[in-house]
Design a binder for this molecule. Structure first.
Ligand SMILES: [Ca+2]
Length: 298
């Protein structure tokens, strides 16, 4: 009879044999797998295809530029002109002065501020914005519903156009007249007929700052693809994208007049662009001075 220990020893020997056999087989299988992998490397993973169908990322929030006028020269201005429109042409400034019984159209010497030529406006008309189309000056009236037309050289009145609503500011961009009425809307008009342009590129432009309508737009100046507008009863001038109405820049024009000058004057109103020097001329209602400026970063 086999001793218990002998039986156990034989059984243990068989078990170890099987373990070694199994380990050997596993090693052979692993080596074969490695050899297969080396012989057939996996193809490179292609880069992910662009997600053509996914929506474009939202445009980053538009940043409104903050500018101030850098004063390059100061010139006298008639403190009895309640400035409603100002433009530059051929070395001269043309200015529309408002108020009932005091309105006029003037050609002004820029350096001295002297009035070189003047056309009276009927006492019943309150003159407003001013634009030049070819050799014709167009002058708005506040609530009288007519745009007065003058010959630029003689300042003789040659006609008028009717319109509905109030007239505030006016400028001409070479194709369209842009007109403000104290709201957040700029009306686009035909320069020959003064009719509101219909269809593409016409109608009205809604002016917004970061999506919010900007009201009380007043005197205007068309400069390239931008419209400059001062905001009534503030010292702020806005640079507006003429295609979208979006405010691109805000110009803080406060502090141009001394407190003493300011006490006798009314609000800022009057922007003219001189394309030769690429400088702006700005003034205000009953201001004693005009400022030749560049708009620069704060
Ligand atoms: Ca102007």
């Amino acid at each position: 009879m086999a001793k218990r220990g002998e039986g156990e020893s034989r059984a243990g020997g068989r078990t170890r044999t099987w373990v070694w056999a199994f380990r050997g087989a596993a090693l052979i299988v692993a080596a074969a797998a490695v050899a297969l992998l080396l012989a057939h490397p996996r193809p490179p993973v292609p880069p992910p295809a662009p997600a053509a169908a996914s929506p474009a990322p939202a445009a980053p929030a538009a940043i409104i530029e903050r500018l101030v006028p850098k004063v390059l020269a100061v010139h006298p201005h008639d403190p009895t002109c309640y400035t409603q429109g100002l433009l530059w042409q051929g070395g001269a400034l043309y200015e529309s002065c408002g108020q009932y019984g005091q309105s006029s159209l003037r050609r002004v010497d820029p350096a001295s501020g002297e009035v070189r030529q003047r056309a009276a406006v009927p006492d019943a008309d309150f003159a407003e914005g001013l634009a030049l189309v070819g050799e014709k000056l167009l002058q708005l009236t506040w609530r009288e519903g007519v745009a007065l037309v003058y010959d630029r050289k003689s300042l003789a009145k040659t006609g008028q156009f009717p319109y509905t609503g109030e007239g505030w500011g006016l400028c001409y961009d070479g194709k369209r007249l842009v007109m403000s009425d104290g709201s957040d809307r700029l009306t686009l008009r035909d320069p020959q007929t003064f009719a509101v342009i219909t269809g593409s590129g016409g109608g009205e432009l809604k002016v917004t700052r970061e999506g919010v309508p900007v009201e009380r737009l007043n005197e205007l100046e068309c400069v390239g693809a931008a419209i400059y507008a001062n905001v009534w009863q503030t010292d702020e001038i806005l640079k507006i994208d003429a295609a979208t109405g979006r405010v691109e820049a805000s110009i803080d024009a406060s502090g141009l007049l001394s407190p003493q000058e300011r006490a006798k004057a009314d609000v800022l109103n009057g922007i003219a662009w001189n394309p030769e020097t690429r400088r702006f001329w700005i003034t205000g209602k009953d201001w004693p001075k005009m400022f030749e400026v560049e708009f620069v970063g704060r």
